[in-house]
Design a protein around this ligand. Structure first.
Ligand code: CIR
Length: 262
């Protein structure tokens, strides 16, 4: 009997043994327990499956410390997958294996020199594509993304971000009408007329939530923000991602979610 396809495909990547040498921009280096990070990552993958994803691991890249953060290497739409040129030079070698994994799933395009763009700087609501202006994504990267997406009717909007690594450290979508954000790092007006919900001020890192269809996956480290979201009627699956957070990663960073197309 033929197995029913799941609504989503999640590409993930193993935690590299070299993760202790990861890039850090806004965080001080603290010891990372790689074995524990692997256990947390496996728990994350189980939740992806529970939220309707077939989880497929891209070939591991032991010598790329940040390769678990696969989100930064591509931006995937139903119509096209765009390979990025990550802002950190140390991460550019992560891209070819992701290209191989995406081949056959979507037509492929790429961001090219001198542009830089990290997938962590991009989120989509409807046909609006919000892109952070950050240390990782430059104006050329935003312009190239705009050009690549224009034929499909997407509107690319640059968003000023201060104080954190990526746009998605500061804001992510909860659904097609609402953005969770940290107003200290991004001006909520950038998303108007969408509704915004602010993180609890004690939880500045709490604006990163992973939306999969109508499901939400969130880091258990932000209980005050979680209760705000629950008060608004949101339910979420919780994961412990504390070791990944020490590498400045969060829940969206560890997967590329593709809608399964008929
Ligand atoms: C980096 O600095 O590139 C990694 N240590 C963390 C990347 C996190 N990725 C993401 O937020 N999309």
């Amino acid at each position: 009997m033929e197995r029913m396809p799941t609504p989503f495909l999640a590409l993930t990547r193993d935690v590299a043994p070299s993760m202790v040498d990861c890039e850090l921009t806004h965080l001080a280096r603290t010891p990372i327990d790689v074995a524990r990070a692997r256990i947390q990552h496996a728990g994350y993958e189980r939740l992806l499956a529970a939220l309707g994803c077939t989880v497929r691991r891209v070939d591991s890249a032991p010598s790329y410390p940040d390769s678990v953060f696969i989100e930064d290497t591509a931006v995937v739409f139903d119509e096209i997958a765009i390979l990025t040129r990550p802002g950190a030079a140390s991460r550019r070698g992560e891209v070819p294996a992701v290209e191989a994994a995406l081949a056959g799933l979507r037509p492929i395009a790429r961001i090219s020199d001198p542009a830089t763009l990290d997938g962590g700087d991009v989120f989509v609501v409807g046909r609006r594509v919000f892109v952070g202006r950050t240390g990782r994504t430059n104006a050329e990267g935003i312009a190239q993304l705009e050009e690549l997406l224009a034929p499909y009717g997407y509107l690319v909007e640059g968003v000023t971000v201060t104080g954190c690594l990526h746009l998605k450290s500061a804001a992510t979508a909860l659904d097609e009408a609402t953005v969770l954000c940290n107003p200290a790092w991004v001006d909520p007006a950038a998303f108007a007329p969408l509704r915004t919900i602010a993180v609890h001020p004690d939880e500045p890192m709490g604006a990163n939530i992973l939306r999969i269809g109508t499901g939400l996956l969130y880091d258990e480290a932000y209980p005050r923000t979680r209760s705000r979201l629950e008060d608004h009627g949101y339910a979420m699956q919780l994961v412990d991602a504390s070791e990944l957070a020490k590498a400045e990663g969060a829940v969206t960073c560890c997967s590329l979610i593709l809608r399964t197309l008929a």
